[in-house]
Structures are given as C-alpha cells and as structure tokens.
Design a protein around this ligand. Structure first.
Ligand SMILES: [Zn+2]
Length: 615
C-alpha cells in the first residue's frame, strides 16, 4: 500500500482544502477520501480490489464502531431485499422474485477479506449487506484515521440499479460496487441494509483505478486521468494515444467532492462528447444501433439545454463533466453521471435524462439523506425536471407542468394507502405509497410553498437553498427555514402537516346569500390540513378582486403575485375555526362567480366545491 502514498497525501490535502470553505456551517460533517484499485475479470464477472480510506471525524463523538455497506450481498436468495420484494403487495417488477432464482454464478457478493485501521486489524462481522466493524482503538473527535482493506466481489446479473448484462445487453452497470463507509451525522450512524431504496454517503474524493480487458469502454463518475493512454474518445482533440500491447488497460479516474462513485463498461459503447460554452463536457456512452442512433444524437442538445436551465434556476453545476450512460434498468442518478436504459422514444429518452440530470442538484450536491427525506431528492427533482421539460422540450410550454404530481397525489390521498412523507423510505407498507409520497407529494411541497409564499419568492429561495446547503446534507427543517427567511412567514405548520401527517386539504364555498344588499359567503375548511386561501370574486361587469385569507399562524402575508387580480382585503383565518364569513358590499346580483384558488395550485383533493357560478 506504500506505493499509494503520493496520491493519498495529495487527495487528503484536497479533501481538507475543500472543506475549509464550509467552516462557517455550524453543522459538522465527516469527510472521506477513497483510493481504490480493482482488477476485473470479464470472463468470470468477478473482481479483486484494494481500498485505502482516509476518514476524518469532525463530530464531537468518539467512534468505537464503523459500518460498511456491502450492497451486492443483497442480490442473494433470502436476502432482506429478496424477502421484501417477494412479500410486499406491489413489488417492483424489475425485482419480483428474480433474486430467489439467481444461480451461484448470477448472485452478487462482496467480501472484505482483510481490514485494518491505522495498521491494526479490526473485528468485523458481515451481516447481509452491512459489515459491522468493532475498532481496537476508537476514532477520536477531530482526528483522521486510515482504513486499508482487500475485497473481492461478483457482479450480480442485473436485477436492480446495478449488475451485469442488463436487458439491453450492456455488460457492466457498476453502481454500489465497493465497500462504502456508512455516513455518520448528527443523527448517528446510517447503516441501512440494502432493501430497495436509495443512498446516503459522506462527501469526499474518489481516486479509482480500474483494470479491465482493453476492448471495454468505460464511463462514470470522475475525470479520466490518463486519457492519453486510453483514447476511446477521451483524448484531447488531435491527441495521439500511446498504443499499449497489453491485453488489459488501467483506467484512472478522480472525482472530487462527491458522495459516491459509479462506472459502467461495455465493449460496444459509442462515446460521443459535447463541450458546452462554459467548458462543461457532456459524455454520452451507448450501444449504437437502429434503436438508439437517432435519438441519442438528438439527446445531446437537450442535455445541454437542461444543464443551462438547471444551473440558472437551481444553482451553478459545480463539476466539469456529466455523463449519460446506457445501463441499469430505468434511470438512476449518480454523481456527475446517470445510468439509463437507452432504447426509448425521443420524449422518453430526454425525459429520463432531464430527470436524472436534475438529481445532480438535489441528490448529487445537496445530498439529503434519501432514506429519511427521499422526497427532498425525488420530489424536488420531479418538480425541477417537470419545469425544465416544459421549458425545453414542449412545443407549447405548459402553464401547469406539475399537473401529473397533483393528479397522482390526489389519487393516493383518497386511496387510504397514504403514509406520512416522513416514513423511512424502506419502511413504507407499499411501493405505491413510497413512490407517490417521494415523487409527487414531494414535488407538491415546493408547489404548495409557491402558493403560500409566492412563486417568485420561492424560486429565489431555491437559489439561497443551494448557496447555504450545497454539500451539507440538508433536512426537512433546513429547506423550511430557507423558505421562512425568504418570505418572512412562519412555515413550520406547513412542514409539520405536509411531511409528518397524511392530513389533506379540502376547502369549500359552503353558502352564498344576500342580506341587506350585501353578499355573505361562508367558506369552510372540510379537510384536516389548514392552508391560506386566495379567494377571487368576478363581478358581472368583468371586474375581478382577490380577498386573501392567510392563516393567523403564518404571522404575515405573502407578497402580491404578478398576474393575479387586485388584492382588496386581507382577512386572517385562525385554523381552529372551520368556517369563516366574507361580506361583500355588492348585492348577489352583481356577482358572476366566486372561486377558492382559481390558480389551481392549492392541493385541494376535492375541488368540486371550490367555485360558485351564477346559474
Ligand atoms: Zn429520480
């Protein structure tokens, strides 16, 4: 391991200089530097690896144990992933009972054969997809320790996210492929077994060398360090690559400040590149044939547009490359890259790429814990990618890009299957409840905030969110506080109802009558979740007015939004009162219609009673 000292020290320095700039954050976080060398045998689909980790404990705690994820062990009959998939009422079709039927050559495994900390052996126990490690010497606060290990693994037949020989014939989709130290944060260890849901990791640098048959073309997280030896389209324009006589090549990647590292390899990959004006390089790796050729060429320009769109609206993309790689079993995001299935219509191909690229902001760089807050990744990604697709793909941009999220949330809320969005991602009773909560209700978290505080205020706050929380693993409270500071409103009530309960929104116009030449309107909160109300009156003469009814507990009003009728009155509504009365000075005959939230942004699950229209 001595020969790695140079890279090791170099990386360590980079790791620490990277974290200095975040010293103003009051929340500590661990940091890590991985250095790995793996040797892949493409005839057996097995590989051997060495791993050196520099792990810095910035917590105030002394650590006596550490935990490594051994994700590939999930792809074995009777694993927790297998059992869960065979017993849940609505299994993921990609998994189903396939794990139970994997042969010894098709299963995945990952074994740590030796592990030392600071040169001392440690006690370890493999428990399914987690390695439990008891340390001889504890890791003290503000110290850095070195873990050195040797490991071996077999790539499972592609079942979920990673594996070999996927449905489109891609040989290796190498996600979750190395012993990964679990993250330790202010909520303790997150040594989640691999059951189905997504990931959480410690920020750091990855220095990875992969030795493989020379006919394979690789892509993934990280910048290729030896492009002049590799070629395959990675070399600089006009650069001549050194031809090696060896039957195998060693690809050397380096990825700074990421929390995971994915790679993919196939002997038939075509490698296209697009260098953007701002210097970011987009890589596209796919098997070129009649099903892919045209659409993957068209995809390049859409990916460029989406990169520009997201950087403008959600924060500047902080890396120099992004790779779209055919592989996996649908679409899955990784730092600086994504694995997607590639034989799709253009709309589907662009849609999945835009979605996975949007993850670079929420999963890749903000990096919320996807077990505890999957909606802060999938939901915000859905929200951002819906808007991006409306902006770059549709012929006529839709005025309502989140429509699908509203429809699917409403269906779930009425189904009786809904569970609180705060449920741990693996512990939902059904996949449906997880999926709709994480993707749709999570997208509506931001859509509802737009309604509550104003869309312009929310959009600006999203950029503050990026500035304050990139590379810091924000939680549900952190995003809420950003929105509170941007709007000057109290929003804790919104977070508490929307995230921690399944209470839903249902408002109604319950009566309209005339008394002494005035019109009396009674509004009713029928649902258990209170919300502010934009109430719009349209008079017979065409004039429109808004009466704004904020919740008393908001302690303020949203700004007036452009494009809405003049706000003539603000009338606070205490949530304890299920009814409130609005008195209009005009007689009933002067009124054409009345409407609760004509913008349709309020996630009211029963809109039939939101309008009154003169017969
Ligand atoms: Zn996603």
């Amino acid at each position: 391991m001595k020969k790695h000292t140079f890279f090791f020290i170099w990386g360590l320095l980079l790791a620490f200089s990277g974290y200095d700039s975040q010293a103003q954050s009051s929340r500590w976080q661990q940091s890590i530097h991985y250095q790995m060398e793996v040797d892949m045998d493409v005839s057996t689909n097995r590989y051997q690896g060495t791993q050196t980790i520099a792990y810095s404990n910035h917590s105030p705690d002394t650590l006596y144990r550490v935990f490594f994820h051994l994700y590939y062990n999930a792809f074995q009959p009777n694993s927790m992933m297998d059992e869960r998939s065979r017993t849940i009422s609505d299994p993921d079709r990609r998994v189903g009972d396939r794990i139970a039927h994997l042969s010894p050559e098709e299963i995945g495994y990952m074994r740590v054969n030796s592990l030392q900390m600071n040169g001392q052996s440690v006690a370890m126990e493999e428990v399914g997809s987690v390695l439990e490690v008891s340390l001889q010497e504890p890791i003290l606060p503000n110290s850095t320790v070195i873990f050195e290990s040797e490991f071996e693994a077999q790539v499972p037949l592609q079942v979920r996210r990673s594996g070999r020989d996927n449905a489109e014939g891609i040989r290796y989709s190498m996600a979750q492929w190395y012993p990964k130290l679990a993250n330790y944060d202010e909520q303790g260890w997150h040594a989640n077994p691999y059951i189905g849901r997504e990931f959480y990791g410690t920020w750091g640098n990855f220095d990875v060398k992969i030795t493989i048959d020379k006919n394979y073309v690789l892509g993934g997280t990280g910048y290729l360090q030896n492009a002049h030896e590799i070629g395959h389209g990675y070399e600089a324009p006009g650069e001549r690559t050194k031809k090696s006589n060896e039957s195998r090549l060693t690809w050397h990647f380096y990825a700074p400040q990421v929390h995971d590292f994915m790679w993919a390899a196939d002997p038939d990959f075509t490698h296209d590149k697009l260098v953007m004006e701002n210097g970011i390089t987009l890589h596209f790796l796919y098997e070129k044939n009649s099903k892919t050729e045209k659409n993957w060429e068209a995809l390049q320009e859409y990916t460029r547009k989406a990169m520009v769109y997201f950087s403008e609206h959600y924060g500047q993309y902080p890396y120099q490359q992004f790779s779209v790689i055919q592989g996996g079993d649908g679409g899955m995001e990784y730092p600086m890259s994504t694995l997607i299935t590639g034989q799709r219509t253009l709309g589907s191909l662009v849609g999945v790429t835009v979605h996975e690229l949007a993850h670079s902001w929420f999963q890749g760089v903000l990096g919320s814990n996807e077990s505890l807050y999957p909606w802060m990744d999938e939901g915000f990604t859905t929200f951002a990618s819906n808007r991006c697709m409306a902006a770059i793909f549709s012929e006529e941009p839709s005025g309502f890009p989140q429509l699908g999220a509203y429809v699917s949330y409403e269906k779930l809320a009425k189904s009786g299957l809904e569970e609180p969005m705060a449920t741990h991602a693996d512990h939902y009773h059904t996949n449906t409840a997880y999926g709709v909560a994480a993707y749709s209700k999570g997208a509506l978290f931001l859509a509802q905030l737009g309604y509550i505080i104003g869309e312009e205020v929310r959009d600006e706050a999203m950029l503050h969110y990026w500035d304050q929380w990139k590379f810091k693993h924000p939680n549900a409270n952190d995003i809420t506080r950003v929105m509170e500071k941007a709007s000057g409103l109290e929003l804790d009530w919104f977070k508490e109802y929307w995230v921690y309960t399944t209470k839903s929104i249902d408002y109604a116009i319950s009566s309209v009558s005339e008394e002494n030449g005035q019109t009396k309107v009674t509004l009713e909160r029928k649902g258990l979740m209170p919300m502010p109300i934009d109430f719009v009156i349209t008079y017979e003469n065409g004039r429109k007015e808004t009466i704004y009814l904020p919740l008393t507990i908001m302690r303020g009003n949203k700004v007036e939004e452009a494009g809405f009728p003049e706000r003539v009155r603000t009338q606070r509504w205490p949530w304890t009162h299920t009814r409130t009365e609005i008195i209009l000075d005009e007689p009933l005959s002067a009124i054409q219609s009345l409407s609760i939230d004509p913008s349709l942004r309020l996630a009211d699950i029963n809109r039939d009673d939101n309008d009154w229209v003169r017969e």
